[in-house]
Design a protein around this ligand. Sequence first.
Ligand SMILES: [Zn+2]
Length: 73
Amino acid sequence: MLCPRCDGQGTVHEVRIRLNGEIARLCDECEALWREGTEVSASSVVDFSTYVRPLGLRGLFEEVEILPGPIQC
Ligand SMILES: [Zn+2]
């Protein structure tokens, strides 16, 4: 699906954070992140780097695994 924060510039992928196996949705353009179970909307977004910093990560795409298949909304 297209990203609601960057107006369709990016695509939202389902990803798994490699460190802890957590599933989230991540925009490949603006690094918007939605936690699993959160509606993908412009108001519920968090920044990837902000979200993973407490885990000791830097917010790099290498730190997640992009999962195949469509996103269920
Ligand atoms: Zn985006």
